[in-house]
Ligand binder design. Structure first.
Ligand SMILES: Nc1ncnc2c1ncn2[C@@H]1O[C@H](COP(=O)(O)OP(=O)(O)OP(=O)(O)O)[C@@H](O)[C@H]1O
Length: 809
């Protein structure tokens, strides 16, 4: 276990910044850096601190050289530059013509180092990629875009389809680097005219084995990553917009994940939980370098200007946390059976020697070895724990997704049932699912894992490696990928073989279902909206109808009130008639008492009249009583009318008789007072009766009483006898002159002939009313002709009946 190496480099001030302020801001002393003001004097110490005067050569010598040499020996190595934009990362990693950066220096150094090792032969492959907007692009093969990251139990995390070129010398690599630089994303911002808009990873895979005794020696495989990160940036300062803004967001997001990983790794192993390597492609690729099997160096660059002080402080804090990360770097070896045998023999020999030596020394060695083993297993446990957590999280998400989908499907089913389009929906759904399943099958075939493409001719060492019999045979990988199988030092777990890409290519029906349901949901929502609109309209019209109904109910209750009031009328009439009756009885008693000759004709006439009156009043009472009980009174009305007429005739006769008789006159004179009383009573009675009659007529008009009558629609000659069902008479008179004229006009207009057969009787038209245009309703009364005095006078002679006649034009 060893701590990773962390260094800070301060770049020189830019020409446009105030050099006076900049140079005095940060103070570098040995391995310490602090703000050059006593008040703000936070001080940081690192493995190395390079001031603005330092050159790349110095940085390489002090920081990177050991890692490069270790890589040639078989250790994984990673060097990366971290810092805000324009702080000098690219300058440190790539450098300039006059001062080449770490990458170029490393390339040359690797080959120099190889040249110095005479007992081993080497195979070197290089790749160059960038992570731009969270997508991996191959800088050596422009067509390889959006590459995917996969994980192999033995070769660890790898980028599927990334081109690897086998190289023979440094110059070849430098040419490839130049080629890759052209494809790299740069852009101009306010902070840097040549700002890296992507993270770049230049990777060398160094394989070696002992010369001569190839069957017994192990093969060493190491991976060297040289990383130039894009710089964190404040949008306000860079003035980024559009594409630059998007790039900036991706850059900041991935750097934040890197910071989170560093934070977690800097915590105590016992309390730190899940390490979010998978949150960004950058941290996934750098996973072995951060707390894994690699020698790692981080160069944190800062800008000296006061303008950047906050960002510089942030970078220093990042560097401080990174200091506490420990890695466990080991030589990565692939052993053949023969090599393993040889190795074991050597170990036995070694142990035997140790046993012969001091006991304490042996134990110490053993303890060291065991502690190394323990750390190795701890790391492995950590990795497995992370993996397990990840799997559990995915499972939870899937379960949640399934629940959501089930809920949606249930809701949709009920909706579909209600709206009666289940059948169509089901067919569409099945068709859609079928299409999706088919496309999944096709995708399966497409998504087979790709293998790296080797264009350069193999050298003898490669040929020898391909023929290497001791290697396990992996059907999932092409021969060209053998290198990755051999890269076992790059991962920690070697017990099982799993091929992640095949798992990835499984169709995921849930995702399909989600899309499908979302689409269906949308349709559903649209339909429901239109239904809601319809229902709202319907509700409004019902509301209007309801209001109308309420108004009608109010009117109805008013009418009911009126009707109740009207129903009271017959009762009141009944009471009035009863009162009249009582009064009349008193009158009769009084009259009888004054009547001297009970048997005289006058008395007889009088008694007749009183009888008729009594009978009339009784009839009226019974009529009103019947009305009150809700019975029909049609025939009663006829009887009433007859009695009324009889009474009138009787009274008339009595009066005439009294007037014509002299004796009667004296008697009347004697009883003047009493006669006056009787006349007043008679007048009152007449009055009462006419009111009653009027009310009766009203009641008839209201439908509470019926009058006898006939409707005649005359065709051709009017047959009155038949129409009126009376003995043949004559219609020559009316109650008034005006009425008669109206009557005759109607008759003439209708071109009717009037027949006079019995001159002793006459039909008198008592009313004529035009119901509608051309329809006339006529009322007749039949009287004896002899009693009629003249045409214009109202005839009150003995009534013989009354008929209604309707004449239609
Ligand atoms: N140590 C140095 N000596 C001289 N010039 C330097 C040094 N460091 C950086 N520069 C200059 O500063 C400018 C910005 O540097 P550089 O492009 O390397 O920054 P960067 O951190 O990579 O920025 P970005 O993240 O935007 O890509 C360049 O012009 C570069 O030449």
């Amino acid at each position: 276990m060893e701590k990773i190496c962390v260094a800070v480099r301060v770049r020189p001030p830019t020409p446009d910044s105030s050099s006076k302020n900049a140079s005095s801001l940060w103070k570098v002393e040995d391995n310490r850096i602090s703000l050059d003001t006593p008040l703000l004097g936070a001080s940081y110490s690192f493995d190395h601190v390079f001031d603005e005067m330092s050159r790349n050569a110095c940085v390489y010598e002090l920081l990177t050289k050991d890692i490069i040499h270790a890589a040639v020996e078989g250790f994984n190595g990673t060097v990366f530059a971290y810092g805000q934009t324009s702080s000098g990362k690219t300058f440190t990693m790539t450098g300039s013509e006059t001062d080449p950066g770490i990458i170029r220096r490393s390339v040359r150094d690797v080959f120099e180092r190889i040249r110095m090792i005479s007992d081993r032969e080497f195979l070197i492959r290089v790749s160059y990629m960038e992570i731009y907007n969270e997508e991996i692009n191959d800088l050596l093969a422009v067509e390889n875009q959006r590459l995917q990251i996969h994980e192999h139990w033995e070769c660890g995390v790898f980028v599927d389809g990334l081109r690897e070129e086998i190289v023979h010398d440094a110059e070849q690599i430098l040419k490839l680097l130049d080629f890759g630089e052209v494809n790299r994303h740069f852009g101009e911002t306010n902070m840097n005219v040549h700002s890296s808009r992507s993270h770049t990873i230049f990777r060398m895979v160094i394989e070696s084995r002992g010369k001569g005794n190839s069957s017994t020696d192990a093969i060493r495989v190491s991976v060297l990553n040289l990383v130039d990160l894009a710089g964190s940036e404040r949008i306000a300062k860079t003035g980024a917009g559009g594409v630059r803004l998007t790039e900036g967001k991706y850059i900041n997001k991935s750097l934040m994940t890197l910071g989170n990983v560093i934070n977690k790794l800097s915590e105590n192993t016992k309390i730190r939980g899940h390490i979010p390597y998978r949150d960004s492609k950058l941290t996934r690729i750098l996973q072995p370098a951060l707390g894994g099997n690699a020698k790692t160096c981080i160069i944190c660059t800062i800008a000296p200007e006061e303008y950047h002080i906050e960002e510089s402080k942030g970078t220093l804090q990042f560097a401080s946390r990174a200091k506490s990360i420990t890695n466990c770097a080991q030589v990565n070896e692939i052993l053949t059976d023969a090599a393993l045998l040889k190795r074991l023999k050597l170990e036995i020999e070694e142990l035997r020697m140790k046993l012969q030596g001091s006991h304490a020394e042996v134990l110490e060695q053993e303890i060291l070895k065991l502690s190394n083993e323990r750390l190795k297993y701890e790391l492995e446990c950590e990795r497995l724990k992370t993996q397990l957590e990840e799997e559990r999280r995915k499972q939870r998400e899937q379960e949640q997704c399934i629940k959501d989908q089930q809920l949606k499907i249930e809701n949709l089913n009920s909706l579909v049932t209600n709206l009666d389009f289940k059948k169509n929906h089901s067919e569409d759904f099945l068709n859609f699912r079928k299409t999706q399943d088919d496309s999944c099958i096709v995708n399966n075939n497409i998504n087979v894992p790709r293998t790296p493409c080797f264009k350069s001719p193999t050298r003898s060492f490669v040929v020898a490696r391909l023929n290497y019999s001791g290697l396990p045979d992996f059907n999932d990988l092409a021969d060209e990928d053998t290198w990755s199988r051999l890269n076992k030092g790059f991962v920690q777990h070697r017990d099982k073989f799993q091929f992640t890409p095949t798992v990835r290519s499984q169709p995921i029906p849930l995702a399909t279902a989600t899309m499908e349901c979302s689409h269906e949901d949308h349709k559903e929502v649209e339909k429901l909206k239109s239904q809601i609109d319809l229902l709202t309209n319907e509700k409004d019209s019902l509301q209007v109808k309801f209001n109308e109904q309420v108004a009608m109910n109010n009117k109805l209750s008013e009418l009911k009130q009126k009707m109740l009031h009207m129903q009271e009328i017959p009762k009141r009439l009944y009471e009035s008639v009863a009162n009249c009756n009582d009064v009349y009885k008193d009158v009769i008693v009084a009259m009888k008492s004054v009547m001297s000759e009970k048997e005289s004709p006058r008395a007889k006439l009088f008694f007749d009249a009183t009888e008729t009156t009594t009978s009339l009043l009784s009839t009226l009472q019974s009529q009103f009583s019947m009305i009150m009980d809700g019975q029909k009174t049609g025939s009663g009305e006829h009887c009433l009318s007859d009695q009324w007429e009889t009474l009138r005739v009787n009274l008339k006769k009595t009066t005439t008789s009294l007037l014509s008789d002299a004796q009667g006159k004296d008697e009347i004179l004697n009883c003047h007072n009493k006669d006056q009383e009787t006349a007043a009573l008679e007048e009152k009675l007449k009055c009462e009766l006419s009111i009653i009659k009027e009310r009766c007529n009203d009641a008839i008009m209201d439908g509470t009483m019926e009058m006898e009558g006939e409707l005649v629609t005359a065709d051709g000659e009017l047959d009155l006898q038949e129409a009126l069902n009376v003995p043949v008479g004559a219609i020559t008179r009316a109650k008034t002159k005006r009425l008669r004229e109206t009557f005759i006009r109607i008759i003439k207009k209708m071109n009717r002939k009037i027949i006079f057969e019995d001159p002793s009787k006459i039909w008198i038209c008592i009313s004529a009313k035009e119901i509608t245009s051309g329809d006339w309703a006529l009322n007749f009364t039949q009287v004896e002709l002899s009693t009629a005095k003249n045409e214009d006078e109202t005839l009150v002679d003995r009534g013989l009946g009354r008929k209604s006649l309707w004449l239609t034009d």
